[in-house]
Design a protein around this ligand. Sequence first.
Ligand SMILES: Cc1cc2nc3c(=O)[nH]c(=O)nc-3n(C[C@H](O)[C@H](O)[C@H](O)COP(=O)(O)O)c2cc1C
Length: 194
Amino acid sequence: MNARTALSRREVLVALGLLPLTAAIAAAPSVATPPGKILVAYFSRSGNTRVIAGQIQRALRTRIFEILSVTPYPDDYEQTVEQARQERDRSYEPPLKSLVPDLGSVETLFLGFPIWGETAPPVIRSFLSNHDLSGKTLIPFITHGGYGLGNSLAVVARHAPRARILTGLTMEADQERRTLTTVTEWLGKVAITK
Ligand SMILES: Cc1cc2nc3c(=O)[nH]c(=O)nc-3n(C[C@H](O)[C@H](O)[C@H](O)COP(=O)(O)O)c2cc1C
């Protein structure tokens, strides 16, 4: 392994700004992967997870892949919530628009997604079912609207049974619902005159 290009877990965290340069690192598995063998794959509807994906890509100079379903979700938020709920309840895995090219060269995968209905979105189950991550390192980064991770990590582990899953990043991020409620209330007060 080329020591100049291999990244330790500590270097990854420092690059992401998650760890001060001087911080001691707790005992944790290390990531010794050249940047060319790291992939950032993510799904994002309203952009929160996309921002993190872009930051990881720029900091570590990795490849990046956006996970998209063949049929996009509705623009309407409530319709998306309802569709996601139905797809979750019947364990539906929507077909993906494309698969990761040259997955064989990937050693470490940063996988990003928002929490939908207290779990991983259906397209994430599709993604994991369609990509064999055996022997690869998987680092999740997950955003949620304030209600936590739900069972998403268990879902990821179940769908990537032979991946080495490290502790990733979890953060609360803006909820589209909150924005919509605020705007709706404000619009209700706007006086429209002809
Ligand atoms: C369909 C749908 C379902 C959601 N369900 C939850 C949920 O169960 N718990 C939660 O905390 N946030 C939930 N959220 C909020 C998102 O997880 C949160 O806003 C996330 O940061 C959005 O990421 P994105 O901008 O990358 O799409 C939901 C959002 C959508 C669109």
